[in-house]
Design a protein around this ligand. Structure first.
Ligand SMILES: Nc1ncnc2c1ncn2[C@@H]1O[C@@H]2COP(=O)(O)O[C@H]2[C@H]1O
Length: 230
């Protein structure tokens, strides 16, 4: 029986795509990766840039978004450690499918396309994790599509807040997000998102504190978003 020892703490700890690599391969990946830092507000890359590297996020948070010709942004996802981003353009040898901006100060490792493809070819086991990650992305896109068809805007706002609240069971969950960012994530105008937030606040499901939203009744938001009770 194969006994898998816990991975020692290193720069790839917790990153699902690299879990299960032999220790020496892991060390080669770390040696090939280039450390990068991004200040809050800095762009990591822009839609249609050439896809040159896979980014392993170690600290901070990154918003992945698309920009309409009017300049309006739609946030597709917020990436946090130990997630990776930038895999799509490496795998289809194309350009970046979306833009990415640091929404907190970030530390990351960048693995060049050449190093990543070499790793994939010499360690086909990594393809299991790559496929899981792509499967997860397709599943999220399917859900987002369904939400845009089946949920009204307040429902999408509620669902976005539930997602941001994560697994926390705390009676009050503070989300560091202003209403424009929430509008970009829920896919609506700022004004209609403000109305939804106002109506949730009047029902006692949350309150706003400057740039923060304090969720006080996540179960009610889950119900409003049509999600199953836990
Ligand atoms: N809808 C989405 N949800 C989450 N992440 C995405 C989405 N679309 C693109 N990405 C990520 O954002 C990255 C943009 O650059 P890439 O196309 O190289 O790889 C992409 C994925 O890592």
């Amino acid at each position: 029986m194969e006994v898998r020892l816990p991975e020692p703490g290193d720069a790839l700890t917790g990153v699902e795509m690299f879990a299960g690599l032999e220790p020496e391969v892991r060390q080669r990946v770390i040696a090939a990766a280039v450390p990068r830092t991004y200040r809050k507000g800095q762009l990591l890359f822009v839609e249609n840039d050439p896809g040159e590297s896979l980014i392993v996020l170690r600290r901070g948070a990154v918003a992945v978004f698309r920009t309409a010709p009017t300049g309006e942004r739609a946030v597709l996802s917020v990436i946090r450690p130990p997630d990776v981003l930038g895999e799509v353009s490496l795998l289809d040898a194309s350009t970046r499918s979306a833009s990415a901006e640091a929404i907190e100060d970030c530390a990351a490792l960048a693995l060049s396309r050449g190093a990543f493809m070499e790793l994939v070819h010499s360690n086909p086991r990594i393809l299991d994790a790559v496929m899981r990650s792509l499967g997860g992305l397709i599943r999220r896109l399917t859900e987002q599509n369904a939400d845009h068809v089946f949920l009204d805007l307040p429902g999408r706002v509620a669902k976005t807040l539930v997602r941001l609240a994560g697994e926390s069971q705390a009676p009050m969950i503070t989300i560091e997000l202003n209403q424009s960012q929430l509008a970009e994530m829920a896919g609506g105008s700022r004004q209609s998102v403000n109305q939804a937030i106002g109506s949730f606040a009047s029902r006692g499901w949350l309150r706003t504190e400057g740039r923060r939203i304090v969720v006080t009744d996540v179960a009610a938001l889950r119900r409003r978003a049509g999600m199953n009770d836990r």
